[in-house]
Design a protein around this ligand. Structure first.
Ligand code: PMP
Length: 560
């Protein structure tokens, strides 16, 4: 069979592409599609073998419990954990990280020997799911320490971020040098969801252990792409989400060493995690069951089992295909001079890249680019990718991220590149066309048909925006709740608004609104129907709901 037939056969395992053939899906880092075997496993479990686990001893319940526990062993084998008891189930990576961080906070407060030091090291590029649980831990411990301590010199916990350079590339020596006797924990992704780089976890956990620190790894973006061997990585904990590895949503897992899982207290309490309960005291089961209060996501676990078998069977193919497609994508992107890739210096990457767009030193908004991609049914993500500290560090307001899986094909990439080039050309092209400033912006929408013409006119209108100076892009003038950052300032003495947004489309929409607002008195503005005005110009129905919601926030300020 030739390569394209093999690729076609693999793609056919995913019914999504039959139901939605026109979709070009380049957002597998957000969630992967599900192969038929996963869908069938869940449907069969719901239809044919529905019973609760670990409760009843009749045959059906015992069978389901056996299948469910067998998947714990299957997962342990898949990531080379020493035993199935080193795996606990959770709703996803987020819950597993919260569980671990909460428990470690308790160990810190109890002066448990596993907790040594006062610092948590986190990479700047971590997903919020691997930042916020640690931030909460630090706040909780510090609050308790300061409330109960008489000692003014009590040490407070702190977070130490380690950042990549301004291109998004890590120099790992900086991380190794940051680790010291005062480091309690290093919380790090195996693979960054915003940059795609694979971090050298083996070296990082070895260094952490030299200083008695724990290395907690967020493996969410690794499991569908890499052979994961938690013992070779040497980490103390490793978490993942089923839906990013071809499995269902609502289930994930945490791996921990025996020492760690034994020491961690339960995160939630309730049914099934106990040995004995009375009103005076209760005794909990050992790990992993002490972390699994209540009825678990049984069908999710069974579906995850099918997904693990699927990945295991196809991993070599997945890796080879993704590498070929990704190399092709990078070659194509390298020919578009406005594309600036971030985090490409790292040689070890999965098939994911993040980019921003720059033309003659000015940035082109990825939200504007997205409009064309979305129109062409290309599904991918723009924004901060739940990694706001990274975006702040790189001084960008987000990126456009392409993430590829082995069910993609060369035609997907060709289509993406074609639409991207055309979007960039149109965004740049509208720079050079002069607007007709003898006519009002609103009147230039008269008789315009079709979204291409309307959008072109919106972009041209952006040139007429009374621009708010960059020095005034501050919180006081920031309009919260818009898709992109918008600043709007009113000066009473000349009854005029000025505004700015990084997106050219939004600047155009602001120009149209401000042209009207600045022609009205304050009293007239309060009763004027700005939303109806945009609708009457034929604009509103071409806008996404999130754009309309954002504009409503602007309109609320204009009418205040
Ligand atoms: N970590 C990383 C690196 C991720 O990419 C994500 C999901 N985007 C998460 C954690 C959180 O995963 P979930 O939402 O499935 O809990």
């Amino acid at each position: 069979m030739d390569l394209s037939a093999i690729m076609q056969e693999f793609r056919q395992e995913f019914p999504f592409f039959k139901s939605y053939p026109e979709c070009i899906y380049l957002d597998s880092a957000a969630t992967t599609h599900k192969p038929q075997c996963v869908i069938d496993t869940i449907a069969q479990a719901q239809a044919q073998s529905n019973a609760n686990v670990h409760r009843s001893s009749y045959q059906l319940a015992a069978d389901v419990t056996r299948q469910y526990e067998a998947i714990r062993s299957r997962l342990a084998h898949f990531i080379n954990a020493p035993d199935s008891q080193n795996i606990f189930w959770a709703k996803g990576a987020t819950e597993a990280l919260n569980l671990i961080a909460y428990g470690l906070g308790e160990l810190c407060l109890a002066n448990h020997p596993l907790w040594q030091g006062n610092e948590i090291i986190i990479l700047t590029s971590e997903h919020h799911a691997n930042i916020l649980p640690w931030q909460q831990l630090i706040q909780r411990v510090n609050q308790i320490r300061s409330a109960y301590s008489q000692n003014e010199h009590i040490k407070m916990l702190r977070v130490t971020p380690v950042s990549p350079d301004k291109n998004g590339d890590y120099q790992y020596d900086e991380l190794y040098n940051a680790i010291s006797d005062d480091t309690a924990i290093i919380a790090i992704a195996h693979v960054s969801n915003a940059l795609g780089c694979i971090h050298p976890i083996e070296n990082i956990s070895a260094k952490a252990h030299q200083y008695n620190a724990l290395c907690i790894v967020d493996g969410t973006q690794a499991l569908a792409h890499l052979n994961v061997d938690v013992q070779a990585l040497g980490c103390d904990a490793y978490v993942g989400s089923s839906h990013k590895m071809f499995g269902p949503t609502g289930v994930g897992f945490g791996y921990g060493t025996d020492v760690l899982l034994d020491a961690l207290p339960p995160y939630q309490v309730g049914g099934e995690m106990i040995e004995h309960v009375s009103f005076t005291s209760s005794r909990f089961q050992s790990y992993p069951h002490k972390f699994e209060a209540g009825t678990p996501n049984i069908h999710g676990v069974l579906g995850l089992g099918a997904a693990i078998n699927f990945v295991d069977k196809h991993l070599a193919y997945i890796q080879r295909t993704e590498e070929n497609l990704f190399t092709y994508l990078l070659t194509q992107l390298s020919q578009i001079k406005q594309v600036r890739l971030l985090g490409q210096g790292n040689l070890h990457k999965i098939s994911l890249c993040s980019m921003v767009f720059v033309h003659n030193g000015d940035s082109l908004s990825h939200y504007d680019v997205l409009r064309w991609l979305d129109e062409a049914n290309i599904a991918l993500r723009v924004g901060h990718h739940c990694a706001m500290p990274l975006m702040q560090h790189l001084e960008v307001d987000g990126t456009l991220r392409v993430s590829i899986s082995a069910y993609n094909c060369v035609a997907d990439i060709d289509m993406f590149i074609d639409v991207l080039k055309s979007a960039i050309d149109q965004l740049i092209g509208s720079h050079d066309i002069l607007i007709n400033d003898s006519l009002s912006l609103a009147s230039q929408f008269n008789g315009l048909q079709g979204y291409e013409n309307i959008f072109r006119q919106i972009m041209l209108s952006s040139k007429a925006l009374p621009v708010l100076d960059a020095s005034k892009h501050i919180d006081a003038y920031h309009v919260a709740g818009c898709e992109v950052d918008v600043w709007l300032m009113y000066t009473p003495h000349n009854n005029a608004f000025e505004a700015f947004a990084n997106s050219k489309i939004i600047r155009g929409l602001l120009a149209i609104l401000l042209e009207k607002a600045n022609s009205l008195t304050a009293k007239e503005r309060r009763i004027f129907d700005f939303s109806g005005y945009l609708t009457a110009l034929g604009i509103t129905h071409h806008l996404s709901q999130s754009r309309v919601n954002g504009l409503d926030r602007v309109i609320a300020k204009l009418s205040a």
